[in-house]
Design a protein around this ligand. Structure first.
Ligand code: VGL
Ligand code: ZN
Length: 210
């Protein structure tokens, strides 16, 4: 059954930034392969929102800010377990820039996230403390948008958390799987899909969008 885009749909393009492409600070394998498919999908939607990971250099999620710790280890913070990452998407750097070739003219809003030093933010809707909102849910509601389609990087972190929060906020939410790529750290991809399926997030492919 093809899913025909409607006026009350929004495409959320998550974190398509140089640091997440091969060669970047936190490279996601195959991240470059989804640029053209996402550009094509964006033409099918009236409303497009982009997110941009946007960290200060002393961000708490960087292993480099925790002496003796290495990327992909975890630490416990007040809001829960935090994976430590290689430095990435530092405010103002090339790695933080949105990729050229993916600047849909109909992208109306860019949500920047992760700029508070002490809190990470995978989701486009709220920070990892599960309390600080970005305002995205209010923006979508005020524009009467009802269905959310999520693409971008990475499936198991920012895409997954954005989709779970969209569904929890009452939007009918779809992840277009072949327009995402995963980091896959320590079983994270399987866990992310299990949580999304349990929450009722729909898992589709680009060819389903008719
Ligand atoms: C992301 C880890 C850290 C993502 C961002 O975009 O999925 N992952 N920061
Ligand atoms: Zn980040």
């Amino acid at each position: 059954m093809p899913i025909i885009p409607r006026a009350d749909d929004v495409l959320i393009i998550v974190d398509m930034q140089y640091d997440f492409l091969p060669g970047g600070g936190l490279a996601v394998a195959g991240g470059d392969q989804i640029i053209a498919p996402i550009a094509a999908l964006a033409q099918r939607f009236d409303s497009v929102v982009m997110t941009q990971d946007w960290h200060p250099a002393d961000h708490i999620s960087f292993a480099s800010n925790h002496p003796g710790k290495h990327p992909f280890e975890t630490i416990e913070l007040a809001y829960g377990t935090q994976v430590l990452w290689p430095d990435h998407c530092v405010i103002g750097t090339h790695g933080a820039a949105l990729v050229d070739g993916l600047a849909p003219p109909n992208a109306q809003l860019i949500i920047r996230k992760g700029f508070h030093r002490e809190v990470d933010s995978y989701s486009g809707f709220q920070e990892a403390d599960r309390q600080t909102r970005t305002g995205l849910a209010g923006y979508l509601r005020e524009r009467s948008l009802q269905r959310v389609f999520v693409v971008g990087l990475a499936t198991d972190f920012c895409v997954g958390w954005t989709a779970l929060d969209a569904q929890a906020a009452g939007f009918e939410t779809f992840v277009i799987e072949d327009a995402t790529r995963a980091i896959s750290a320590d079983g994270s991809l399987g866990r992310a899909w299990a949580e999304m399926e349990k929450a009722g997030v729909e898992r589709i492919v680009a060819a389903d969008v008719g």
